[in-house]
Design a binder for this molecule. Sequence first.
Ligand SMILES: NC(=O)C1=CN([C@@H]2O[C@H](COP(=O)(O)OP(=O)(O)OC[C@H]3O[C@@H](n4cnc5c(N)ncnc54)[C@H](O)[C@@H]3O)[C@@H](O)[C@H]2O)C=CC1
Ligand SMILES: O=C(O)CCC(=O)N[C@@H](CCC(=O)O)C(=O)O
Length: 488
Amino acid sequence: MNSLYIAGEWLAGQGEAFQSLNPVTQQVLWEGAGATTAQVESAVQAARQAFPGWARRTLDERIAVLEAFAAALKNHADELARTIGEETGKPLWEATTEVTSMVNKIAISVQSYRERTGEKSGPLGDATAVLRHKPHGVVAVFGPYNFPGHLPNGHIVPALLAGNSVLFKPSELTPKVAELTVKCWIEAGLPAGVLNLLQGARETGIALAANPGIDGLFFTGSSRTGNHLHQQFAGRPDKILALEMGGNNPLVVDEVADLDAAVYTIIQSAFISAGQRCTCARRLLVPQGAWGDTLLARLVAVSGAIEVGAFDQQPAPFMGSVISLGAAKALMEAQEHLLANGAVALLEMTQPQAQAALLTPGILDVTAVADRPDEELFGPLLQVIRYADFEAAIAEANDTDYGLAAGLLSDSEARYQQFWLESRAGIVNWNKQLTGAASSAPFGGVGASGNHRASAYYAADYCAYPVASLETPSLTLPATLTPGVKMA
Ligand SMILES: NC(=O)C1=CN([C@@H]2O[C@H](COP(=O)(O)OP(=O)(O)OC[C@H]3O[C@@H](n4cnc5c(N)ncnc54)[C@H](O)[C@@H]3O)[C@@H](O)[C@H]2O)C=CC1
Ligand SMILES: O=C(O)CCC(=O)N[C@@H](CCC(=O)O)C(=O)O
């Protein structure tokens, strides 16, 4: 099967063969082989060749191709949503919102490009000072599996808009969504070589990241891989690296009047996408005492009744599966490890069928666990920590190397102000779920969550570099010369 798209041609990968599976039925959805180092090199050459022509197109011409891509996405919306659901396990209603986010990314990227990286000019002395932006050249985009359409799209669209050519290395767990997305770009009339698809697993990623012909790498994925890439790019100030990584996100609950609203917001924060969003609440900080006990009892009751099912189950479930049987196993083991170290199961996460990656929501009280691991458990497992007072809650919230998202549920504005000032994260919310960040806002974290290259609305910033020019159409001698220079 032709799994790679290089220089406008579909080609068979010559690397390791792999498949993608429906995580619930284990049905094979896609089969192909990854790109070898030599194939990565030929894709980089193709992107290098295509770059000048694409960069020299006018902005309006590039926008026209992007708009044709949005139209292609709309034409294939049902097929794309179904493929996202099948390959990731997320329910169809959610996969449909992912396709909508992909379509909306076009207009938002154009707006952001004009606002943040557009052109400005004004008089400066006897010249005109002009600010323009240029693309970096050839950039690699690495995608994660949890939003196989929307998140790579969040790098690819602004990168192409700015005039870069792109090498797209999707997650090896979601190759079919990537292939469909690239077909939509082809339908949109993107010239050959401007976007190349390099399917494959880690080896393909390593070969691409190490290729000297790339000018930058835009990555969304785990902190472990992101850290590795950061080390690899050390001493290469000539290459731009944008890292969007995970989080160990805290959600602090204060004693609020509307307990059910708190429970609903916690569920939307912790269990949407089966907990497979980088913004999901991982740690729930609950006050000690009777009110906190009541909140947890209600949370456990409502979470225990959450519908979990296959992506196309009717009536629709709230949660689908996690990405694979391997991921389900790792999460079950992580739960066992916490339980063995003093955690108390308020609601134990279960895997009802051994051959399906469906997990039910889990809630563990980990207050008594000594040396709680500061790691992101990427699934529907929420860890509860009871706190004595608000200062202790903030200290606990900040007790992480990550810094992606943090939230407070509280009726007190003063407490929110304190929380906002003292919490260290790129997203800080008040009485709103942690998940569902807007594409019209910057999106990125601090600490181990990112390298200060926020994505979404600010992706324009890392897709182009500023060029400041002083310009005047004719060269004239200044009326007053610098002391010590004689022109006579
Ligand atoms: N902050 C953000 O915007 C987001 C972060 N994430 C994070 O992504 C993770 C889940 O996604 P995964 O696909 O598991 O991430 P991952 O890090 O395993 O893989 C991401 C990509 O890197 C490639 N890769 C893996 N090892 C590599 C290496 N040594 N060199 C080069 N490439 C390599 C993979 O093949 C894949 O294309 C979670 O930790 C989640 O928090 C997910 C979505 C958004
Ligand atoms: O990238 C954007 O356009 C906005 C950010 C976004 O969509 N965030 C989602 C996905 C989180 C994840 O990356 O897993 C969210 O906050 O739910």
